[in-house]
Design a protein around this ligand. Structure first.
Ligand code: FES
Ligand code: FES
Length: 179
């Protein structure tokens, strides 16, 4: 398979262009070319969503994209966030502050082995950003969480703490209105 140059913005930094095989899955690009191994390869078939990254669209919206079934070249010119990009870091690269979702998942013991956690963090982060653009009513909250997290698979937990922690973050951030 031939190579083609690939360029994107990854966690706020412009990367590439670098020659990458035309059929390279995005998850392999992240792991092998960028040493970003936080996006997890689970099923490899588009089902578990452990591998998702966030794409920041030009219109200001954000969305999850599964990297196991999406070629790296799909991301040409796009803005991408991976799990490694959420926390604040000092100049030495050490994490100084987790994002609200990450911190809440830790505080509420939302995960066990954590293999699925990057996907859940990205899903909940996209949900936070969606509700920051358009808050919802309390009566819509459970459906919104289910819509965002429901397609992520966790083999360790009963999902209850992921959902509960997400509920608390959304409420604490003032994204859920009465009604
Ligand atoms: S590893 Fe990508 S959806 Fe399961
Ligand atoms: S915490 Fe182990 S797979 Fe989710």
């Amino acid at each position: 398979m031939a190579n083609r140059p690939l360029h994107m913005t990854l966690n706020g930094q412009s990367v590439g262009p670098v020659e990458v095989p035309e059929d390279l899955p995005m998850i392999d690009y992240l792991h092998e070319y960028r040493n970003l191994t936080g996006s997890r390869l689970g099923c490899g078939q588009g089902i578990c969503h452990a591998c998702v990254v966030i794409v920041d669209n030009p219109d200001g919206t954000s969305e999850e994209v599964r990297t196991c079934i999406t070629g790296a070249h799909y991301f040409e010119g796009k803005k991408i966030r991976t799990i490694e990009g959420h926390a604040k870091r000092d100049e030495a690269g050490q994490v100084t502050e987790l994002n609200p979702i990450q911190q809440r998942f830790v505080d509420e013991f939302a995960f066990q082995c954590s293999y699925c956690a990057p996907g859940f963090v990205n899903a909940a982060t996209v949900l936070v950003e969606k509700l920051q653009r358009q808050p919802i009513k309390q009566s819509q909250l459970e459906a919104a969480i289910e819509d965002s997290l429901g397609h992520h698979i966790c083999r360790c937990t009963g999902y209850v703490r992921y959902y509960s922690a997400t509920r608390h973050v959304l409420t604490d951030l003032g994204l859920v209105k009465e009604g």
